[in-house]
Design a protein around this ligand. Structure first.
Ligand SMILES: [Zn+2]
Length: 274
């Protein structure tokens, strides 16, 4: 999986209210409905909602999602412990009310998938979303049964449209996540250069980039070692993988907002901007 790039929205009433999620009980898949527009566009749109004036008589829009995904990038717009406005509705399906509660926005993570010019979710975007959702399922102890479409939550909205039109694609998505959740790690060594002017080793586990734990002090990431490969990072427990005597941590779970990853030939460059 490509590293997740932070594009955190400012706290504001329209797209990032700053409220904590009650729990993470599900992941809700959406599509941007914007043919050919990249992930950064939808993230910028969510950020722009912050500029609305509640007193100008113009109707205000409330919308956001935790992540936006396209062929090349994954942006995080809202932290996974905070509420985003992605599946609010006046009515919900019975199944959603039973399993997610009366206000599913406060118990789910929302993901926006981009579409190409023909309105389709490309295979690359599909696979990026599989990787992201698999990572989130592991992190929050969810299974493929906890993956929803927007339509599955509210009943009326045709989102993601390509999966509403072809439900086999949603089934294929859940199967692909199941595959990753049960996959054995196949470690390898991609080249990764760190900011601090020297190379840091990393491995790929389940298609997710894992970086050696010693990057934490180098990147000024506050952490505490709990034993057995478990680290407390940003008040969150992150499980490391031991490979050839070193512990590696999933980059997607440790990356703080002030570190920006850039793709370089054969790997990733991590730039620290305090
Ligand atoms: Zn949607």
């Amino acid at each position: 999986m490509v590293p997740i790039q932070p594009y955190l929205l400012p706290i504001n009433p329209f797209s990032r209210p700053g409220k904590k999620l009650r729990a993470v009980k599900g992941i809700v898949m959406h599509y941007t409905a914007s043919p050919g527009a990249p992930a950064l566009n939808i993230s910028r749109y969510f950020a722009s909602l912050a500029n609305q004036n509640p007193n100008d008589g113009v109707e205000d829009r409330y919308a956001s999602a935790h992540y936006s995904v396209d062929d090349l990038s994954i942006y995080q717009n809202v932290p996974t412990d905070e509420l985003a406005y992605h599946c609010g509705s006046t009515t919900y399906t019975k199944e959603a009310l039973t399993r997610l509660g009366s206000y599913p926005n406060d118990s789910t993570i929302g993901i926006e998938m981009c579409i190409d010019k023909k309105g389709e979710i490309t295979e690359k975007t599909f696979q990026q979303a599989v990787n992201l959702v698999s990572m989130l399922c592991k992190q929050f102890h969810l299974t493929s049964l906890d993956i929803w479409t927007h339509k599955g939550v509210v009943g009326w909205k045709d989102c993601p449209l390509p999966w509403v039109q072809n439900p086999n694609e949603f089934e294929r998505f859940k199967k692909a996540v199941e595959g990753q959740l049960s996959a054995k790690a196949k470690p390898s060594y991609p080249k990764i250069k760190a900011v601090v002017g020297r190379d840091l080793p990393a491995i790929i586990v389940d298609q997710a980039t894992h970086i050696i734990w010693t990057c934490l002090p180098l990147l000024n990431i506050k952490h505490e070692y709990k034993g057995n490969g478990l680290f407390l990072i940003h008040d969150r427990l992150v499980q490391g993988v031991v490979y050839e005597g070193d512990t590696y941590l999933p980059w997607g779970q440790i990356s703080p907002p002030d570190i920006t990853p850039f793709q370089i030939s054969g790997g990733w460059m991590f730039v620290y901007k305090p």
